[in-house]
Design a protein around this ligand. Sequence first.
Ligand SMILES: [Zn+2]
Ligand SMILES: [Zn+2]
Length: 305
Amino acid sequence: MTELNPFQAHGEGRSCLITRRATFSSSHLYWLPELSDAENVARFGSCSLSPGHGHNYELIVSMAGPLSPDGMVLNLSQVKKAISSEVTNQLDFRFLNEIWPEFDVSNQTGCLATTEALVRVIWTRLQSHLPLVSIRLYEHPRLWADYLGNAMDAYLTIRTHFSAAHRLARNELSQEDNEQIYGKCARPHGHGHNYLLDVTVRGDIDARTGMVCDLPALQQLIEQIVVEPFDHTFLNKDIPYFAECVPTAENIALYISDCLVDPIKNIGVSLHKIRLQESPNNAAEVYTETPCLDQMPDRYQAAMS
Ligand SMILES: [Zn+2]
Ligand SMILES: [Zn+2]
């Protein structure tokens, strides 16, 4: 029996995940006809101001499958063509409320074109053309949504930052022992970082508002519970928890997750993940439920098996 040589066969049949990035610029307006002007403003803030506002969107499409005899999951020209004809050519420089019927709120089945609603509708329009695994849509470098093809279930991530000092040392050890473990990070007077914090929540997209949760409420929680108490502090001295627990990036991420999990549940979504970037070189990630993002979604597993 002759064995398949992957080099001769150009890898045919072996599996791989590929991603393709695309961009478009569109405007939208958050305004529901069943609410009064005052109610729209109260609910959606400046997003309700006519005639709307715009974003430079960035789309990341992940696909997976076995390689063709040409050594590709898909020919990239086919991927580009599907994304441009089904999505970007239709949306670029357009008003989202009017361009796709899914966002026509004069119709009872329409919903607001939020990031999470938009990424789900993009999935429905691409799914018959491409072997999708996940789609990410950035409305802004500090706000993005992920959709993995599961009904109304979507992930929304907010990026924020704070600056804080810390010292890595275990109180029960000598300075010498601490320096053995933590090196320069154990120096007695501490040092600081500009921390980047990504908070990812998961929930059902509301059929009318297009939202998984009230975004300003989520932003306010993160601000009140994390950013305001942490920013410009010396963590070991100013946050009681870190008087006893060594404030490594791992422990800071875990503590933030502990602090946010219940308040986030109270606004109707689940905290999915905390990612804390301490420097360009190191980050810590904590999942508060079964990990999905950046792991292996079911569809990826299926495509690989
Ligand atoms: Zn907007
Ligand atoms: Zn440090």
